[in-house]
Write a protein that binds this ligand. Structure first.
Ligand code: URA
Length: 443
């Protein structure tokens, strides 16, 4: 067995590591016998020299196996176990629409989601806006709910892929977060620990994405789909636009209310429903629940129009401790901010460009996200009626509506939004919402 020092030397010199070496390293990360300085050297060597797909598969599998891996075979489930993950954005609430749709189409979705990171929103923070919703149930209860209702969405647990937590903390302080193989292994190890049969990745590009460069985002999407599939889970990736907020709203309770409208077939904006639908289609195909995309589209549309997807969502909320009549009376349960005001455009013309990162940070500033780990989130605050690229701003069309705790905070957010929206005399072409689809193998 190679010593850790020898493994580091190999990687430093640009040689590929075999699965046994990677396994030894990950065991040392998990049991603490590999020190932070050695871990720092490892991630920097990977950042500088990269990893080939075989190394990345070995790293993903070793990290997946560093903790509990969910099993679904006792008794066997009557459908495939599926999930979707997004690299993060603003108004990206597709997970909450997709999971119940896939459940209504015969899949099982044990989704372990993240909290907001930087300027991006987090699925778990949105669910926490629902009174009583338990985001950290025990694994046994989580699995029982998935078996019964077809889907459950909860937060990260300490049990799944613990090696990733140490690795991520070291990456964070060594300027190596951006390494594609390390991102791939980090995302996939946690998802594969859910015991999946199929996975869909929504990789965002554009100024509101975590990875703003489209070439890099494409490389990430390709690598996620190859490595996931080589690691034994059929993995599809879509490259999608984040050059404007995806939904009408950004903010935790506001986004939940928009999800309820979408599931009740009353979408407020085409883009959120269109992307949720295509990601659900991809998930059904990856999971073998539809032979082709046209069939999958018909199933998805039927799941929404029949109300069965909304029913799955209601069942999940109620099983996890939320109100059983949330969908009938969302306004009774979702908190409302005390100050609500429109953001006047100040000039007329077409919106040509939106600084999406600034919009996300405005929501954080209102109290809807965290500046530091451990900050309390106010679920009621945020933005609604967000204007889109190509829309005509002016006296009849404000840029957004701010939901704030105080008039001062509302004014500050309004200023940020005015600066974030560029307005010009010519209507620009709308951004293309869904770009390339990356699959590996014979799909
Ligand atoms: N999300 C993760 O879970 N890990 C990364 O490295 C990047 C995004």
């Amino acid at each position: 067995m190679m010593s850790i020092r020898k493994i580091l030397q190999h990687k430093r010199d640009g040689q590929a590591l075999d699965a046994a070496a990677i396994q030894a390293l990950v065991s040392g990360i998990t049991d603490g016998s590999v020190g932070d300085e050695q871990l720092g050297a490892f991630v920097m060597a990977v950042f500088l020299n990269g990893m080939d797909d075989d190394e990345c598969v070995a790293l993903t599998q070793a990290m997946r196996d560093s903790g509990r891996v969910l099993r679904w075979d006792d008794p066997a489930l009557p459908g495939p176990v599926l999930d979707k993950h997004s690299t993060g954005g603003i108004g990206d609430v597709t997970s909450l629409i997709l999971a119940p749709i896939v459940a209504a189409c015969g899949g099982f979705v044990p989704m372990i989601a993240g909290r907001g990171l930087g300027h991006t929103g987090g699925t778990v923070d949105k669910l926490a806006a629902i009174p009583g919703y338990e985001v950290s149930p025990a694994a046994e209860r989580f699995q029982a709910i998935v078996r019964k209702t077809g889907c459950a969405i909860i937060g990260q647990t300490d049990e799944l892929a613990p090696a990733d937590r140490r690795l991520y903390a070291v990456r964070d302080v060594t300027a190596t977060v951006e390494s594609i193989p390390l991102i791939v292994a980090s995302i996939l190890s946690k998802k594969l620990a859910e015991g999946l049969d199929g996975l869909v990745l929504d990789v965002k590009t554009g100024n509101g994405a975590v990875m703003t460069d489209s070439g890099q985002a494409r490389q990430l999407a390709r690598s996620l789909s190859e490595v996931g599939t080589l690691a034994g889970v059929r993995t599809h990736a879509l490259l999608t636009d984040m050059s404007q907020p995806l939904a009408d709203c950004a903010g935790n309770a506001l986004e939940i209310s928009e999800v309820i409208d979408c599931l009740q077939d009353r979408p407020r904006r085409d883009s959120l429903m269109a992307l949720s639908r295509e990601l659900a289609v991809e998930t059904l195909v990856a999971g073998g629940l539809a032979d082709d995309r046209d069939t999958a589209r018909r199933k998805v549309d039927e799941a929404v129009s029949s109300g069965r997807a909304a029913e799955r969502f209601a069942a999940m909320v109620s099983a996890l401790g939320g109100p059983s009549d949330l969908l009938d009376h969302p306004d009774q349960y979702l908190p409302e901010a005390p100050v609500i005001r429109d953001v006047e455009a100040g000039q007329s013309g077409y919106v040509t460009d939106i600084d999406v990162r600034a919009i996300g940070l405005a929501v954080v500033d209102l109290g809807g996200g965290r500046r530091r780990a451990g900050d309390r989130i106010d679920p009621a605050v945020g933005l609604s009626g967000l204007i889109q690229i190509g829309e005509d701003a002016g006296p009849d069309r404000p840029l957004a509506r701010v939901h704030a705790r105080t008039a001062d905070e509302a004014e500050r957010a309004a200023e940020t939004i005015r600066r974030a929206c560029r307005i010009g005399p010519q209507r620009p072409a709308p951004p293309v919402l869904i770009g390339e689809r990356l699959t590996s193998g014979d799909d």
